[in-house]
Design a protein around this ligand. Structure first.
Ligand code: ZN
Length: 248
């Protein structure tokens, strides 16, 4: 019997049988994995908290064919404060969902794991607006996945640009005035939003904790990055609908 220790965060679960649960867990070493948690929904189960969304644990897993079976768990944090607030929970599940879409099975990524851990820690314990935490998450995610938007040079003519006001979601970057006049593609984008995007991409996560967004930058960036990622990941995160309903 081969038991492997693994750090992980629960991204999703599905209940089956009377008290079992199949967990989708993000690990730094092996990407997303499927873990069977037997009997975890029983009131007295020692795996009850370790099988909830957002739970961050040191798991002991038994490798069995293409899944893992949960045999032990030391809880690092369950991020209870996220589940306790409807807005934090909506953005939190959106982030879990987008992470699940972005992660590959058996393909580890420390940056992706760290970004998720950072984002849910901020959601649970900081005063930053959940939408702004999500904005930072989406910008950093695009970079990790190799879709870093091009913000210094025009996507058409490659000229260095400073005072642009157009962003092309399809082409993945800014469009200069001449090219915009010719191509007529690109969203109108404010200078403040562009500067914020550059700042987020060029700054370490730990130094973004006190970043302030104006309402204009906040909503423009949310809208832009949701569509930008959706196009590249080819499907919307399901939890997005929940956020839309919340906003309405
Ligand atoms: Zn151009």
């Amino acid at each position: 019997m081969k038991i492997v220790p693994m750090q992980g965060i629960v991204l999703r679960y599905s209940n089956f049988k009377e008290a079992d649960r199949m967990l989708t867990i993000l690990t730094p070493d092996r990407g997303k994995i499927q873990v069977l948690a037997r009997g975890c929904r029983k009131q007295k189960s020692r795996f009850l908290s370790a099988s909830e969304l957002f739970s961050y644990c040191d798991y002991m897993l038994f490798e069995y064919r293409d899944i893992y079976i949960l045999t032990g768990a030391d809880i690092n944090d369950v991020f209870f404060d996220i589940r306790n607030d409807v807005e934090r929970f909506a953005y939190g599940t959106y982030i879990l969902n987008l992470t699940e879409i972005s992660a590959n099975p058996e393909e580890g990524s420390y940056p992706l794991f760290y970004l998720l851990l950072y984002s849910i820690t901020m959601l649970a314990y900081s005063d930053m607006c959940p939408e702004d935490i999500n904005n930072i998450y989406q910008m950093k995610l695009s970079d990790i996945l190799g879709y870093r938007p091009k913000l210094e040079r025009c996507v058409y003519c490659d000229r260095t640009v400073s005072d642009v006001d157009r962003f092309s979601i399809y082409n993945g970057g800014v469009v200069c005035k001449d090219c915009y006049d010719r191509e007529k593609t690109g969203y109108n984008i404010h200078m403040g939003t562009l500067q914020t995007m550059r700042y987020i991409l060029n700054t370490d996560l730990n130094k973004l904790k006190n970043l302030k967004f104006t309402p204009q930058v906040r909503s423009e960036l949310s809208h832009l990055m949701e569509q930008y990622l959706a196009q590249r990941l080819e499907r919307y995160a399901k939890a997005k609908e929940f956020i839309e309903r919340l906003k309405a």
